[in-house]
Ligand binder design. Structure first.
Ligand SMILES: *Cc1c(COP(=O)(O)O)cnc(C)c1O
Length: 370
């Protein structure tokens, strides 16, 4: 393909020398679990988000599981309690909820932002609702004043799934990870800041939750051979911590480049068959994906592939239609289902030049009904 969707080796190439140094430093240190590399990344995540605490985790799904488990251990949620999740999210947001014995309640997104529709939230809140999992899908902040108000009024915990949104800010300038009560991040290799394997983090300004999660990720141990919880092993690997820590200072620049490509797509794509994502000047969206919608998605993707443009679909099947959730299969969630049929993600990483984005836009403008 002339315009690949993404190639991780190319994305990591500018960091290669620093990565090799960092990995050698860990090798030579003899410290392979926990320790200063993990602590350094945690301090950097707290600094980047503005949250008081950051706890490194094995991956993004575990970050979300640990937040929910932490609240359960602290008595703020019980098995069977409900957590609102967006109906069009990546399934990991929902898996975290069900894994903890909590009940996911999918709520439809707005078609334009593709994020939770705060107008539909209120009707989904019942006596067992304890939390809202706001997923900053595709790098766009999902929370807003209305949602924050609603959470406060109903005493709900607001959990951010910030896996796709490192460095994103809302219209008030608040960073992903410091808007709700706790947030989960992922450093999966394809995320805006990616490790060389699995890695993640929780951020929160709640010291009790931070302490509970720090113990839960480490067998539930608060100090050596003393276990206050029936915990897990969900620690962040120091090798990955070292890699993520050296990339983290480049977050603003990585995101600015994606924003530049999004601007090009937004100004250059002008095909009535293609619905562009909402482009809002006042929030700082970090464009983890640039997702367009079109009726005949497969025909559109084939046309792009024939013209050398590689695309992906995030995501074709919403969680409630996955075979693992038969209990959700009967729900009527037409917005999520239609998005599943219509969305296409365009290339938007360091592998795509500004010239490429221009050419891809021109190719898209040539797509027609005949
Ligand atoms: C990637 C992702 C996760 C899971 O992160 P992992 O590190 O892959 O476990 C969770 N939620 C969303 C929205 C994601 O994109």
């Amino acid at each position: 393909m002339k315009y690949p969707f993404l190639d991780l080796a190319t994305i990591n190439a500018p960091f290669n020398a620093e990565i090799k140094d960092a990995l050698c430093r860990v090798t030579d240190s003899g410290r392979y679990i926990g320790g200063p590399e993990v602590e350094r990344l945690e301090a950097a995540m707290a600094e980047l988000t503005g949250a008081r605490h950051a706890i490194g985790t094995s991956n993004g799904l575990d970050a979300l599981r640990l937040i929910l488990r932490g609240y359960m251990e602290l008595g703020r949620m019980r098995p069977g309690d409900e957590v609102i999740v967006p109906s069009n999210t990546y399934i990991a947001s929902v898996l975290a909820v069900s894994d903890c014995g909590l009940v996911p309640v999918p709520v439809e997104p707005r078609r334009d932002t593709m994020n939770l529709d705060s107008r539909r939230l209120e009707e989904a809140i019942g006596p067992r609702t304890r939390a809202i999992m706001a997923v900053h899908l595709y790098g766009r902040i999902a929370t807003n004043d209305r949602m924050l108000d609603l959470a406060a009024r109903h005493r709900l915990l607001l959990i951010e799934d910030a896996a796709q949104a490192i460095g994103a800010r809302d219209e008030h300038g608040r960073a992903a990870g410091n808007i709700g009560h706790a947030a989960g991040f992922s450093f999966y290799p394809t995320k805006n800041i990616g490790a060389l394997g699995d890695a993640g983090a929780v951020t929160t300004s709640d010291p009790q939750l931070a302490e509970a999660i720090a113990a839960l990720r480490n067998y539930g141990s608060d100090y050596t051979y003393h276990n206050i919880y029936q915990g897990l092993n969900c620690r962040l690997d120091p090798m990955q911590a070292a890699v993520v820590a050296l990339k983290l200072p480049h977050t603003a620049e990585v995101n600015a480049y994606r924003r530049r490509l999004a601007e090009i797509y937004n100004s250059e794509i002008s095909n009535p068959l293609i619905e562009k994502p909402l482009f809002q000047p006042d929030d700082y969206c970090v464009w983890h994906q640039y997702v367009v919608k079109t009726a005949e998605r497969d025909r559109f993707r084939n046309f792009l592939a024939d013209n050398g443009v590689e695309t992906l679909v995030h995501y074709p099947v919403p969680p409630h239609l996955q075979p693992c959730y038969p209990q959700l299969a009967g729900l009527s969630l037409p917005v999520a289902e239609q998005l599943g049929r219509q969305v296409t993600s365009l290339p938007i990483t360091a592998c795509t030049s500004e010239q490429d984005a221009l050419e891809i836009s021109r190719i898209i403008n040539r797509y027609s009904n005949d």
